[in-house]
Design a protein around this ligand. Structure first.
Ligand code: HEC
Ligand SMILES: [Cu+2]
Length: 373
């Protein structure tokens, strides 16, 4: 009897599977990938992945090969004699104990090296910046203790610099992940984690993700990591962020927007120079953190908006901030900022922003927020 009764069917099944996997690979074009590392930490992690994958592939092909070969070659035929019994054969026992032990030792050593790599500053630089990342439901806040400035949704870093991130949450567990730059680390209330990473390409933006299910809008808790052109570029950005908010000209549309902001938004949002004097009142040490975000001016429940006009994402990346479509004097129907302010619950159901903005106040608010460069 032939081994495969319908060789053609088998051939089309195998070809179909191969084609699907090629097609599925193509899906990843623009999505973040651990296979395209852009910094030493991610590279070390991706090395561990590749080495283990290759070892596993060799073992898989070897074992399955021998299995398939012996199934075919030594299959039972009419009148075949009982095969020799090798149970308890010392040589065989030794071989199949020693080989796996050696293979697992190799995997262990690669893994241990990886663990040390990610726990220490990447060696490619002697510069370091400190960042505190707060996981909120559902957006990321980034505080730079050395610069006393805070931003949301986009973490800006200089290239070739060790970034030391302290990870805090006072709500639920999140997970900080930038596939191209660093693997996942949980952000756990009451248990402060930290991590290192570094980017070696300038002028690039990488996608960051919350990798732990943290509630209904978990998937809209995205952030960007923007790597500046060089350190000076970063410093001039930082200098801008450290300043108090732009002051609108008296009588302007922006000034009207600021009034609306003061009346309706300051319970949840801070703007330095308008509703608070410093972006963050407490240093990021556990004792100084407030656990009731609505009670402390320093950790309000919404993102700090002092320089919102210089950002490009809205509310955990649920919308892009398309400023070119936001002309406060004209049509705002395609303006994502106007969409967000007029109905945040429609855009991101369940999020913590609830407002009731009068339609006639929208252009002023949009103009004001846009002026906050
Ligand atoms: C009850 C609290 C609350 C009030 C009041 C509030 N917001 Fe918000 N706002 C939030 C929260 C929380 C977020 C983040 C939501 C998320 O991403 O899940 C947010 C996000 C935003 C963002 C996006 C910021 C960013 O960096 O992504 C803007 C802009 C904004 N709010 C504007 C306003 C304006 C203008 C008002 C007043 C008309 C206002 N908000 C009133 C809580 C509030
Ligand atoms: Cu999260």
């Amino acid at each position: 009897m032939p081994l495969f009764r319908r060789p053609k069917r088998w051939a089309s099944l195998v070809a179909g599977l191969a084609l699907t996997s090629i097609l599925l690979t193509a899906c990843g074009e623009n999505s973040p990938s651990i296979l395209d590392p852009a910094g030493p930490i991610a590279r070390s992690e991706s090395n561990v992945f590749w080495i283990i994958l290759i070892i596993a592939a060799v073992v898989f092909v070897g074992v399955e090969g021998v299995l398939i070969y012996s199934t075919i070659r030594f299959r039972e035929r009419p009148d075949s004699p009982t095969p020799p019994q090798i149970h308890g054969n010392t040589t065989v026992e030794l071989i199949w104990t020693i080989i796996p032990a050696v293979v697992l030792l190799a995997v262990l050593s690669v893994t241990i090296k990886g663990i040390f790599d990610v726990a220490t500053p990447p060696a490619n630089s002697n510069k370091t910046i400190e960042v505190t990342a707060y996981g909120h439901q559902w957006w990321w806040e980034f505080y730079y203790p050395e610069y006393k400035m805070t931003t949301a949704d986009t973490l800006v870093i200089p290239p070739h610099t060790n970034v030391h991130v302290k990870l805090y949450s006072n709500n639920v567990i999140h997970s900080f992940w930038v596939p191209a730059l660093t693997g996942k680390t949980d952000v756990i209330p009451g248990h402060d984690n930290e991590k290192w990473f570094s980017a070696d390409t300038a002028d690039k933006t990488y996608v960051g993700i919350c990798a732990e299910y943290c509630g209904t809008q978990h998937a809209n808790m995205r952030f960007d990591v923007k790597v500046t052109h060089d350190n000076n570029d970063f410093l001039s950005w930082a200098q801008l962020q450290q300043q108090a908010a732009a002051v609108p000209a008296p009588g302007s549309l922006e000034a009207k927007g600021q009034e609306v902001f003061k009346n309706q938004c300051t319970t949840c949002h801070g703007i330095v120079g308008v509703s608070q004097s410093t972006p963050y009142l407490q240093d990021p040490n556990p004792a100084g953190r407030c656990d009731d975000p609505t009670k402390d001016n320093g950790c309000l429940i919404g993102p700090n908006l002092t320089h919102f006009g210089s950002r490009h994402l809205i509310a955990g990346g649920v919308l892009d901030y398309n400023q070119q479509d936001c002309n406060p004097g004209g049509d705002l129907s395609n303006c994502n900022l106007a969409k967000w302010i007029s109905d945040p619950q429609k855009v991101k159901p369940g999020n913590d922003m609830s407002v009731n903005v009068d339609k006639s106040d929208l252009p002023a608010l949009v103009a004001y927020l846009e002026s906050l460069k």
